[in-house]
Design a protein around this ligand. Sequence first.
Ligand code: GTP
Ligand code: MG
Length: 146
Amino acid sequence: TQTTFIAVKPDGVNRRLVGKIIQRFEEKGFQLVAMKMIQPPRELVEEHYAEHKGKGFYNGLVDYLCGGPVVAMQWKGKGVIARSRAMMGATKDAAPGTIRGDFSIEVGRNLVHGSDCAEAAEREIKLWFGEDKINYEDACEKWIYE
Ligand code: GTP
Ligand code: MG
């Protein structure tokens, strides 16, 4: 089973959307295995978004993520990496019905981050959490998976 890294960005926290965003993943059937609120230091965000270094929006992106508290999470489940990306919506012009599509307008205030592949998930979990996560029995597993 996969585990992915999901973060509610500072706009999501300040707009009181943390509960709604968490609810989407819970309702889907994914399992929350780690969560913390953190005011991320600049170096952490720079490393997190290292792939975008040099792009025109990079400095603004780092300012945005450092501009308030972030709710960092690990979610576990079958296909959770791609499925959670689909639930978040596209980077640009996210469709209605997705988190970004329903609650945001601009690409630079898009509420939520999710790892885009297994390698990224592993790297981001290590970066934000180290080894911290809680493995506990998923009591409703048999009602979610066939
Ligand atoms: P993340 O899950 O946050 O990584 O978003 P993503 O994977 O959908 O997009 P990507 O990794 O390409 O970009 C990272 C973040 O940079 C996006 O979520 C946006 O907040 C921001 N971003 C990407 N492209 C643009 C852009 O063209 N302009 C601005 N202002 N911000 C951008
Ligand atoms: Mg990305």
